[in-house]
Design a protein. Structure first.
Length: 128
């Protein structure tokens, strides 16, 4: 996360409040990552049905992190959250090798989205 913050610091001269969009397949660990960033309990995390939003204060930034569910039925709605995104974190469950191709396809679709053109991207290999 520090690398992403350094990159954002160089790109942003203005407001210190940033909108971070966190996407990835279901069960990639997005909600757990968000809870860890917010210093919350991660022992009982349920699948996200819709989205979670948390504001995290770190290194002089206020990060408004949007964690969007990754189930196949929710993915078509991801584009509803693209507007005003300052950075995208794409979370991959690197232990689920059978789903890496599916994850790669979804990331490719995101990279083709015009609304995300120029938005900094962090691919987070989770569960290593």
């Amino acid at each position: 996360m520090a690398g992403l913050l350094d990159m954002l610091r160089r790109l942003r001269r203005g407001p210190k409040e940033l909108r971070i969009l966190m996407l990835g397949l279901d069960n990639a660990g997005k909600t757990t990552l968000l809870r860890r960033l917010s210093n919350e309990d991660v022992t009982c995390v349920m699948p996200t049905q819709g989205f979670n939003v948390k504001s995290v204060q770190t290194k002089g930034f206020r990060l408004n992190v949007w964690d969007i569910g990754g189930q196949k039925t929710i993915r078509p709605y991801w584009r509803n959250y693209f507007e005003s995104t300052d950075a995208l974190i794409y979370v991959v469950d690197s232990a689920a090798r059978r789903r890496l191709e599916e994850s790669s396809v979804e990331l490719s679709i995101l990279l083709d989205e015009q609304q995300l053109a120029g938005v900094p991207l962090l691919v987070f290999a989770n569960k290593q």
